[in-house]
Write a protein that binds this ligand. Structure first.
Ligand code: SF4
Ligand code: SF4
Length: 109
């Protein structure tokens, strides 16, 4: 009786990518691991507009922090504002701020 040989497929030219492990990378539970992993990209370099926070209107509700896709909103003593090295100028924070405290202004060259 013939025995079937087990087929092994060797894939050439393929590469296995390691899954990102937030715990090994020391990412706190409350942060988006993908955005945190990509934060080394310095997305602020391609910004065309910047968010400007009116400190008299900001009530520190944290909505901008929750919606910012690059997780670049930082807490100041009495307001929140964006880290300009990372902020890519998407304007989501300005749209989502429930107090109208954020205005997008054009970057100068
Ligand atoms: S969403 Fe607006 S009011 Fe709330 S923390 Fe951000 S800037 Fe301040
Ligand atoms: S514009 Fe606002 S939401 Fe967009 S990256 Fe900058 S801080 Fe985050």
């Amino acid at each position: 009786m013939a025995t079937a040989k087990k087929a092994t497929v060797k894939q050439k030219g393929t590469q296995a990518y390691k899954m990102f492990d937030p715990k090994k990378a020391g990412v706190p539970d409350h942060l988006c691991p993908i955005a945190t992993d990509l934060i080394v990209m310095k997305t602020g370099e391609w910004r065309a507009e910047r968010p400007v926070v009116d400190r008299t209107k900001c009530v520190k509700c944290g909505t901008c922090w929750a919606f910012c896709p690059t997780q670049c909103i930082v807490e100041k003593p009495r307001w929140f504002e964006a880290d300009m090295a990372i902020c890519k100028g998407c304007g989501i924070c300005a749209v989502e701020c429930p107090h109208g405290a954020i205005t997008m202004v054009t970057e100068r060259e």
